[in-house]
Design a protein around this ligand. Sequence first.
Ligand SMILES: O=C(O)CCC(=O)C(=O)O
Ligand SMILES: [Fe+2]
Length: 414
Amino acid sequence: MDPNIIAASSTSNIQSFSIQFHIFNLLSLSNTNPLYNITRATNSENPSSIKPFSIIFPQKVMSESNIIENHSYPPIFRSPFNDTTRKLDLKDEQGEGAESTGTLDPLPLPLPLIDFQCLDDEKLDTACKEWGIFRLENHGVPSSLLRQLQEHAKTLFRLPFEAKQGLAKRCPIKYFWGTPALTSSGVALLRTSDALNMDWVEGLNVPVSQLHQHLQHIHHDPLINDFRDLLEDYRGHLTRIASTLFEAMINNLKLDLQQVKPCLDESTGLIRVYRYPRHTINEHVKGLHEHTDSSIISILSEDQVGGLQLLKDDKWLKVEPIPNTLVVNLGDMMQVLSDDEYKSVKHKVELNKNKERVSIGYFVFPEENTLINSSKYKPFSYNQFRAQVQQDIKLHGTKIGLQNFKLPHTSQTV
Ligand SMILES: O=C(O)CCC(=O)C(=O)O
Ligand SMILES: [Fe+2]
């Protein structure tokens, strides 16, 4: 057994008593019932199975910040409290788990670097064809804005889980966890209770059109007001960046900009703020499982922890975080628009063993009812595509995506 593990239920253990007392005090600061918070964690999906406070607590994660972090996580992510994860821990002890974030720890490979101030069309075209993802520098988003967004996001994520779940009322910022696949009202589409198959991520979903509508409302929590203002500022920058990149790509593809303009509809923009918990279990647990984005363009800013990986030539490659740069990837809709010349890149997020990670994604889509024409796919609207994806997730637990729309004579995928 791991020597760092103690039984917190042992009353003779002075250290464990002081930890219980400390947790009690910390959680009493919030409006939630601290005992409820702790005991409920024994079975997150079934609150009726509340058990007394009797947990195994690894000493190495006992700092104050860890305790705050733990009670802010969705219960199933609080690994020391969780039966499922104990089973997984045992696998680790038996050598089946891995110390690293994957059995094959991929090498970092520099992404193509695009200078937004002097856009090089040829370089951009090659990056879109060969990679479907690139790094953007000199994008004009102030580093102070990126820093403030990260700081505010971290503060919000550290709120108790129950407080985050209550965010929804009269607020465009909605909390989710366990899957980023949401209905248009922001509710999780399908969340498995299986720890191995869920996405170990929690997030805030912000449709930018709603951000606009709520700008005049004063939320009772100044933290939310400030965060909303920062997001609005960020939205302005990202719509500018997305539309400039889109125009350059359309130009490179020799398409008629006027005709395809509705394929980038600013009002469809979504901002997703994610927190990935630290890695505590084994390499099978993912922050986000392998997927492609459904968007036209996705733009990511991240802290310095890292975890994003992309599939290139059948190999997983690590994306290294570089301060003040953005990572841009193309989504399924851009692949269709380009007749498969550009790639909707497969990617995933691995968890870090020691640190949690915060990233902020911006996703923009075609106008809902515009038909997207391509020689490789039957014509469809983004509305139809999204409905199909949602149906596939409900029926098969996973997105099938573009394969559903491919014309028979072009079954080769990129
Ligand atoms: O957090 C990240 O690095 C990636 C997020 C992502 O892939 C997504 O939201 O689709
Ligand atoms: Fe993604």
